[in-house]
Design a protein around this ligand. Structure first.
Ligand code: ATP
Ligand code: GLA
Ligand code: MG
Length: 503
């Protein structure tokens, strides 16, 4: 069982000296916020970039992200009050106090999520899932009081999952503070994958798993069946670089969820139920594993083509190819389905439809594009398995082949999943003409960041051309902002606790 490491120093960063001054500033800020306290420990979890495989994790197909060096760190002291006070080195996130309930029995009711978007809500997500875990698996019945100061370098709303970095750091801090010093990566992942559901985002598990399982110098294959886990691996070529560019279009997941992210989850859940019906799988042993309680596109595939193990990519490839044909022949309305049409095909009433698909998380839509979304999932999942196959193929053409799959992914994210846009497409095409082998929007999309595959020789030219683009597009941009928008990030270490004897 692999546990979250407890470290004594910062040597896991590629530039520990730079980080040392950042940590010193965090402690200084903590001491200004809480003059009578000493820091007991620091909890930390990083952002992630997804290399390929977007909008498929909530359908349980493997994805290929890596943890990156930007992260969220939290300095913590403990006390016997019944309060948690959170502060932040970023003045935009104001001091926030949470009164703790006397016991943990009804924590998800006792801790109320504010109606307006706030960073306190994201902390409460971590608080709720950590408390539920403590209540279910330990004798702990009430929580320690805590004083915390956070510092984050993951851009917020930038597609690199600052929210997962923040929620996992918060959860880890609360667990460690309450005596869980040997927390397994597997438990921390299972606990945190649902944390953002409390702020209304019906996300999959990729971001939290990548943040927790990251290892220095290694990317990750994340599998979801039979249970979620991250498998670190090294790329077979030496001079490979992933350059990340932040489009500077902030994409706030929680606020746009009803017509962007959560709508995709619903469209794919309906597509799964409809395919199950059309393939006569409804009465079989098919597992109802979707976040909305029905089938997932993975369970439909496994029911129709037979079970396969995620390591057996050859079988997975064959099954996915078969499902692409199934979508083409069974989901024939390419303009988008209406509610009436779906109700008729599924044999359910409008009321049943609403209860099943529209109540768990609020949704806004005009038409439900089931054909496009299901096709995206099977094609994108196929590409992930093709990359996994490529990793062990000894090909001399690794860059072109991987790049081609990334470009196909971008095209489908744009046209089938509709989570890209013209500005994001423009950045991809500038990069492709200047040394990128493959460029694609990473994570949820609708803004956020783009990941480019390149090599050490082409990197300087690629960076120059993108810097020029940013200067033209954002004439007021400072050198510092430019440096932060274009990052050549190495795969970094996952979540950890830093428990030094002196802070
Ligand atoms: P994506 O989900 O596209 O990868 P993201 O995770 O950065 O991007 P959101 O999911 O919208 O974006 O989450 C951003 C929210 O997470 C912020 O508005 C804030 O509430 C919280 N958050 C993230 N980092 C921090 C931090 N360092 N300090 C305080 N709150 C943070
Ligand atoms: C967000 C979600 C993830 C995943 C990606 C898209 O980052 O949190 O679970 O669905 O979008 O791949
Ligand atoms: Mg997020």
């Amino acid at each position: 069982m692999s546990t979250v490491p407890i470290l004594k120093d910062l040597s896991f960063y590629s530039n520990p000296d730079l980080q040392k001054s950042r940590y010193e500033n965090l402690i200084k800020s903590f001491k200004v916020n809480f003059p009578n306290d000493e820091v007991n420990f620091i909890a930390r979890s990083p952002g992630r970039v997804n290399l390929i495989g977007d909008h498929i994790d909530y359908n349980y197909f493997p994805v290929l992200p890596m943890a990156i060096e930007v992260d969220v760190i939290a300095s913590v002291s403990l006390n016997d009050s019944n309060k948690i006070v959170i502060t932040n080195t970023n003045p935009n996130f104001e001091r926030y106090t949470i009164e703790l309930p006397a016991n943990l029995e009804n924590i998800d009711k006792d801790i109320r999520i504010d109606d307006v978007h706030s960073w306190g809500n994201y902390f409460k997500c971590g608080l709720i899932v950590a408390s539920k875990f403590l209540n279910e698996t330990t004798t702990t019945n009430s929580l320690k009081g805590m004083h915390i100061t956070f510092n984050g370098t993951v851009p917020t709303g930038g597609g690199l999952s600052s929210s997962a970095a923040f929620c996992v750091t918060s959860t880890l801090a609360i667990l460690y503070a309450n005596g869980c010093h040997q927390i397994s990566k597997s438990d921390l992942t299972k606990i945190t994958v649902v944390s953002e559901h409390y702020v209304g985002l019906n996300n999959g598990g990729m971001d939290q798993c990548a943040s927790i399982y990251g290892e220095q110098g290694k990317a990750l294959q994340i599998q979801f069946k039979p249970t979620i886990k991250g498998i670190p691996f090294k790329f077979p070529v030496e001079n490979l670089v992933f350059l990340i560019t932040n489009s500077l279009q902030v994409s706030n997941k929680q606020e746009t969820a009803p017509y962007h992210y959560n709508l995709r989850v619903v469209e794919m859940a309906i597509a799964s139920d409809l395919l199950a019906k059309k393939l006569n799988l409804e009465n079989s042993e098919l597992v109802k594993d979707s976040n909305l309680g029905g089938f997932s596109l993975r369970s439909v595939m496994d029911g129709y083509c037979g079970e396969w193990k995620d390591d057996d990519y050859e079988t997975g490839i064959l099954h996915l190819q078969k499902m692409i044909d199934v979508v083409e022949t069974k989901l024939t309305n390419k303009k988008g389905y209406s509610v009436d049409e779906i109700c008729e095909e599924l044999g359910i009433s409008t009321e049943e439809f609403k209860t099943k698909y529209l109540t768990k998380f609020p949704i806004k839509f005009q038409a439900l594009k089931l054909y496009q979304r299901a096709l995206h999932v099977y094609k994108e999942s196929l590409r992930v398995l093709q990359v996994i196959k490529l990793l062990s193929s000894n090909t001399s053409d690794f860059f072109n082949k991987f790049g081609e799959l990334m470009n196909e992914s971008q095209q489908d994210l744009d046209l089938l999943n509709e989570s890209s846009n013209s500005k994001l497409n423009e950045i991809c095409s500038i990069a492709l003409s200047n040394g990128s082998f493959g460029s694609r929007v990473t994570g949820a999309g609708w803004g956020g960041s783009i990941v480019h595959l390149t090599n050490t020789e082409d990197l300087p030219n690629l960076i120059d051309s993108l810097r020029n683009y940013y200067k033209q597009e954002f004439p007021q941009i400072s050198e510092n902002e430019l440096d932060e928008a274009i990052i050549d990030s190495k795969p970094g270490m996952g979540s950890c606790i830093i428990a030094s004897t002196k802070f």
